[in-house]
Design a protein around this ligand. Structure first.
Ligand code: HEC
Length: 141
C-alpha cells in the first residue's frame, strides 16, 4: 500500500515538474540570460503602466515608468558599444521620460500617447536588432 502511495506520489511530482522543465527550454533565439531578465521586467512594467492608465492611477504609472528608467540605465552600460542600439535606447528613454512627466502632471491623454510611443520604441528596437544591417553585415545582437 505504502509502495503504491510512493509511486503515485512520484508520478504526481513528475507531472508537476515536467511543464516547468519544458518552460526552461530556450524558445527560438532568445536565451534566458541576464538581458532577457531585464526585458521580462520591461514587459512587466509596461503591463503595469497600462494598468495605471486604465485606472487613471498616476502614482502607479509614475512608479512603473521610474522602475523602467532605472532598468534602462543599466542596459545603457551593458550595450554601450552599439551606436544603433544607443539611438533606439534614446527614443525609448525619451518616451519613458514623457510618460513620467505626464503622470506627474496627471495628464491622462499625454500619458496615454507617451505609452503608445514607448510601445512603438520596444517594437522598433527589436526590429533593429533582428534585421540584418543594410550592408549585409550580421544582425546586431
Ligand atoms: C534599445 C533596445 C530595446 C528596447 C527599447 C526594448 N528592448 Fe526588448 N529586447 C532588446 C534585445 C536586445 C532583446 C533580445 C536579447 C535579449 O533578450 O537580451 C530584447 C528582447 C525582449 C524580450 C524577449 C526576452 C526573452 O525572455 O526572451 C521581451 C519580452 C522584450 N524584449 C520586451 C521589451 C519591452 C516590453 C520593451 C518596451 C517597454 C522593450 N523590450 C524595449 C532590446 C530592446
Amino acid at each position: 500500500m505504502k509502495r503504491i502511495a510512493i509511486v503515485l506520489g512520484s508520478l504526481a511530482a513528475a507531472v508537476l515538474v515536467m511543464p516547468l522543465l519544458a518552460a526552461q527550454e530556450p524558445k527560438g533565439e532568445a536565451k534566458p540570460d541576464d538581458t532577457s531578465f531585464w526585458m521580462r521586467k520591461k514587459l512587466e512594467y509596461s503591463g503595469r503602466i497600462l494598468e495605471g492608465l486604465s485606472k487613471e492611477d498616476y502614482e502607479g504609472i509614475g512608479k512603473a515608468a521610474r522602475s523602467m528608467r532605472a532598468l534602462t540605465h543599466m542596459e545603457r552600460w551593458v550595450r554601450a558599444g552599439m551606436p544603433e542600439y544607443r539611438t533606439q535606447l534614446r527614443n525609448f528613454e525619451r518616451a519613458n521620460d514623457q510618460l513620467i512627466r505626464h503622470a506627474d502632471e496627471e495628464q491622462l491623454d499625454g500619458a496615454a500617447l507617451a505609452y503608445v510611443q514607448l510601445t512603438l520604441s520596444c517594437v522598433d528596437c527589436h526590429k533593429v536588432i533582428r534585421a540584418p544591417a543594410p550592408d549585409g553585415a550580421a544582425p546586431k545582437k
